[in-house]
Write a protein that binds this ligand. Structure first.
Ligand code: C5P
Length: 228
């Protein structure tokens, strides 16, 4: 009998800490990590680079099926590096503009479908931590542990601002707060795979919690469900 792959899904709005939490849990458990937002960002960047309108559904679907991407995690480096058509685009992907563009291509149902198999292929033993917006509701519907990680808009804007400065980019807190609110509305209000907690998700509010505290909560939940 093939052993089923244990999966922890972590969904939630931008800036709630999903990226850092998922990375830390994957490292602690030595599990695989899927950053599905990165795929949507890569798709958006590819559209921008090829001068394809972000609402051109047919062209975006073709791009999603043929997306030439590679991921690499180099020892001692922060996070995963992403390559689009051979170029390292990791830094470019993190900008708020690319995030907003990703949110636009993410409303295209056929493009989401085209990215489904690519995302599911990350589910490999010994386990997977999947970070996104629809991991628990669509992509890994049968995951045994689903988390919905959220935080207040003000706190998320502050975190993004700090992140941008740390990455050597500039930021404006008021504009970031506005952008985060706009992306929440776009992600929660769309008709395909809207951002919402799965019915069986555990809701974790990270506004007043550290990354370590969120990770401890999730890992102790995984233990109590005999996942690890
Ligand atoms: O998480 P991140 O900010 O990188 O995601 C960028 C955008 O990609 C989100 O605002 C959302 O619109 C889209 N996305 C999605 N489904 C996912 C992951 C990201 O629609 N599973």
């Amino acid at each position: 009998m093939t052993k089923s792959v244990p999966i922890i899904t972590v969904d939630g709005p931008g800036g709630a800490g999903k990226g850092a939490v998922c990375k830390q849990i994957a490292e602690t458990l030595s599990w695989h990590l899927l950053d599905s937002g990165m795929l949507y960002r890569l798709l958006a960047l590819s559209a921008i680079n090829h001068h394809v309108a972000l609402d051109n559904e047919a062209a975006i679907e073709v791009m999603a099926s043929a997306l030439d991407v590679q991921f690499a995690s180099a020892a001692g480096q922060k996070g995963i590096r992403a390559f689009l058509e051979g170029d390292d685009v990791t830094a470019e992907l993190r900008s708020e503009d690319v995030g907003m563009a990703a949110s636009k291509v993410a409303v295209i149902a056929s493009a989401r479908l085209a990215l489904l198999a690519r995302q599911r292929a990350f589910a490999e033993l010994p386990g997977l931590v999947a970070d996104g917006r629809d991991m628990g509701t669509v992509v890994f519907k049968h995951a045994p542990l689903k988390i919905y990680l959220t935080a207040s808009v003000a706190e998320r804007a502050k975190r993004r601002y700090k992140q941008l400065l740390e990455n050597g980019q500039s930021g404006n807190l008021a504009r970031l707060t506005e952008a985060i609110g706009a992306r929440d509305r776009a992600d929660m209000g769309r008709s395909v795979s809207p951002l919402c907690p799965a019915e069986d998700a555990l809701i974790v509010d990270s506004t007043a919690l550290s990354i370590d505290q969120v990770c401890e909560t999730i890992i102790s939940e995984a233990k109590s469900r005999l996942l690890i």
